[in-house]
Structures are given as C-alpha cells and as structure tokens.
Ligand binder design. Structure first.
Ligand code: FES
Length: 177
C-alpha cells in the first residue's frame, strides 16, 4: 500500500491559508458595514426625525376679502432627506369671518394640476379634467376623488400663518405624503 506522508510544513501552510481567508472575510464584512451605516442613516433617518412645523406668515387677515378666495404666495424651506431648498408656494385662502380663514392647497386632488377660481361661476375649476370645487372646497363635478385639501393655519396678532403640506393624489382619503 502506497501511503502519502504529509510534511509538517504542509499543515502549517494550510493553517496560514485558512487564517488569511477568515481574516479577509471578517475585514470585508467590517468594511461593508462601515460603508452601509451612512447609507442606512440617509434612507431611514428622515422617517424617524421629529416633524417640526414650518409656519410661514402669509398675510394680514384683515387684508383678505370676506367670502372670496385670494391667492397668497410665500417662501417655504422644503427638505427631502438632507437636501434643502427654498420654494415659492401659492395657496388659496378664503376668509370666512374676522377670525376664520380656510387655506387650500393649490394642487387638484385628482392628479395634481393647478386649479383656478372662476369668478363668474363662483367655483374652482381644474383645467386638466374639468373637476369643479365649491368655495368650501367640496367636489361639485368631475373626477376629483375628494374635496380640496386644506392646509394647517393659525392666526397670531392678526397675521395668518400657513404650514405647507402635500397629500396623496387620486384617492378619497387625505393622506400626507
Ligand atoms: Fe384636476 Fe384631473 S388633475 S381634474
């Protein structure tokens, strides 16, 4: 019987190769984790960040016409993840009394077009698919699945503040995006 004799150097070499294989595997895993942590933070971090209201002062309440819609513009600091930008927003405000103002998002709840006020008919009209909304935001006609979206408002010292928000489109429930 021909038996192969193993040399002591062979087993030492095999042990060294195993050690390096394991060491490279561990090092690769550590490097992968270190690289993944910032990426996970970027993707998941904003979801856990506490939402801070961004109130924008838009007008003096007394300057708004009673029972008529008015377009108001303001500058908003928007943020997506870690990106920040300054955007000019337009909203529709309807003053209902000396201390009550309803503010509508300018985005049609159907598919997101900008609607306009039709003074002759006293309704909001979306030019894209013909949705009509009343002064109270209710759907009067067309494919819009829900009333116009109202935005959070507050009045302080006679000044109207609005918080910009976006909502899911094309569905009957008002769900913030
Ligand atoms: Fe306004 Fe379709 S986007 S009716």
């Amino acid at each position: 019987m021909d038996e192969k004799m193993s040399h002591p150097d062979d087993s030492a070499e095999a042990t060294r190769r195993d050690f390096f294989r394991i060491a490279i595997g561990v090092l690769g895993t550590v490097v992968g984790l270190v690289l993944a942590i910032p990426l996970v933070g970027f993707l998941v971090g904003p979801a856990f960040r506490k939402k801070i209201p961004r109130w924008a002062r838009v007008a003096k309440v007394e300057s708004l016409p009673l029972g008529q819609p008015a377009v108001l513009s303001f500058t908003d600091q928007s943020s997506e993840g870690y990106l920040r930008e300054t955007v000019v927003r337009n909203v529709w405000a309807v003053r209902r009394s000396a201390t009550e103002v309803t503010v509508f998002s300018p985005i049609c709840t159907h598919l997101g077009c900008r609607y306009d006020w039709e003074p002759n008919s006293g309704r909001f009209l979306c030019p894209c698919h013909g949705s009509l909304f009343g002064l109270d935001g209710k759907v009067l006609a067309g494919p819009a699945p829900r009333p116009l979206d109202t935005l959070p408002v507050k009045i302080e010292n006679g000044e109207l503040f609005v918080e910009w928000e976006r909502f899911e489109l094309g569905i009957s429930r008002k769900i913030p995006v």
